[in-house]
Design a protein around this ligand. Structure first.
Ligand SMILES: NC(=O)c1ccc[n+]([C@@H]2O[C@H](COP(=O)([O-])OP(=O)(O)OC[C@H]3O[C@@H](n4cnc5c(N)ncnc54)[C@H](OP(=O)(O)O)[C@@H]3O)[C@@H](O)[C@H]2O)c1
Length: 324
């Protein structure tokens, strides 16, 4: 497993990380804790050292499973968690006063809960689960981050950027106030490469890439007939013709499959790792099989330059990332 630097944190983390939303058991339909724990343990065995979670992933359930896997394997690795906005508003709206989203008492109590769930005294990385640059000049969140760092409750601070709106954190990155950003970047959603990534490189801000497989759209397992359980948010995400269009677009990627990327998920993850601004990519992995496939990608042949170039033509401009 190759490592990369997580920006100014100076920490080396595995370039394939573990996305732990699905294992939280909320939003993804039937999910089995036993299999989730096997996946976490297998990921650790195969060299994964970066885990992305959030308090809202099952009200702490995802954090608790990560803690359990660390206890069982007697290891402790880099964990990035997230503080939800107090108003539970996704995406962040620039008209929302900061007080309604991230007041000091809320940030402090969410941090305490995550510390408890993860069984640690200090969070490696606390992230705001939403962000708008309308908040960049306000002092309360900055003072609270500084206080939590000083108290030793968080080591580094980052934000998770609104879906499909990578430019909504440019001022924050430019301000030098964050250590990392988390953003959607994949074969379909390539907008971060335009302004966000070069700025992160200039400011030495770590880049955590989420939704690398387009919530399964780039998993190579969907067909136009795929049906999702009612409790699986993807019954909505792939509604209104999006499933059929996704499958048609995936068909157009198949001529690019070669020995360096024989399957769609391998092509998708290698595309992301092909960008030098990326510190870590965090596919969601509830199944051991997927952990094994995805971890194998690191260290194997990268995509040739002409393939990376060709993949730029497969960007798909969408304005909506429907979760509910
Ligand atoms: N706002 C935010 O901050 C935010 C929002 C979304 C996601 N995230 C973070 O980003 C992570 C990744 O995003 P995501 O989980 O939503 O979506 P994703 O990684 O794009 O897709 C996850 C799906 O792909 C499947 N998969 C993984 N590897 C595969 C492989 N090799 N072959 C076939 N299928 C494969 C998974 O299956 P199984 O699960 O069945 O193994 C799951 O169904 C999350 O887990 C979370 O940590 C953050």
């Amino acid at each position: 497993m190759n490592s990369r630097l997580l920006g100014r944190t100076g920490q080396k983390v595995s370039e394939i990380g573990f996305g732990a939303w699905g294992i939280g058991k909320s939003w993804w339909g039937k999910t089995d804790d036993t299999e989730s724990l096997r996946s976490l343990r297998r990921a650790i065995e195969l060299g994964v050292t970066f885990f992305d979670t959030a308090y809202v992933y099952g009200d702490g359930h995802s954090e608790q499973l990560i803690h359990q896997a660390f206890r069982e394997t007697r290891g402790r690795y880099f964990v990035a968690t997230k503080c939800p906005p107090k108003n539970m508003g996704w995406p962040a709206d620039p008209r929302t006063p900061l007080k309604e989203a991230f007041p000091e008492d809320w940030m402090t109590s969410c941090t305490e809960r995550s510390l408890q769930n993860l069984g640690t005294d200090c969070l490696d990385l606390q992230q705001f689960h939403v962000w708008t640059d309308a908040w960049v000049d306000q002092d309360e969140w900055k003072n609270t981050v500084a206080k939590l760092k000083k108290q030793g409750k968080i080591r580094w601070f980052g934000v998770s950027i609104n879906d499909l709106d990578p430019d909504s954190a440019l001022q924050l990155v430019e301000s030098g106030l964050v250590d990392t950003v988390q953003v959607i970047y994949n074969i379909f959603e390539q907008a971060p490469a335009k302004s966000l990534f070069p700025l992160c490189q200039k400011m030495n801000v770590g880049v955590i890439v989420r939704v690398p497989l387009d919530e399964g759209g780039l998993s190579g397992t969907l067909t136009p007939q795929t049906k999702f359980e009612k409790e699986d948010f993807r019954s909505n995400y792939f509604a209104e013709g999006r499933l059929a269009e996704t499958c048609a677009r995936v068909e157009k990627l198949k001529p690019l499959l070669e020995s360096y990327a024989p399957t769609i998920p391998e092509l998708a993850l290698k595309f992301i790792l092909g960008h030098p601004a990326v510190s870590v990519v965090i596919p969601g992995m509830r199944r051991v099989k997927n952990v094994e496939i995805n971890t194998r990608i690191s260290g194997s042949a990268p995509l040739p330059k002409d393939v990376l170039q060709e993949l730029k033509k497969h960007a798909w401009k969408r304005t909506r990332h429907p979760i509910v």
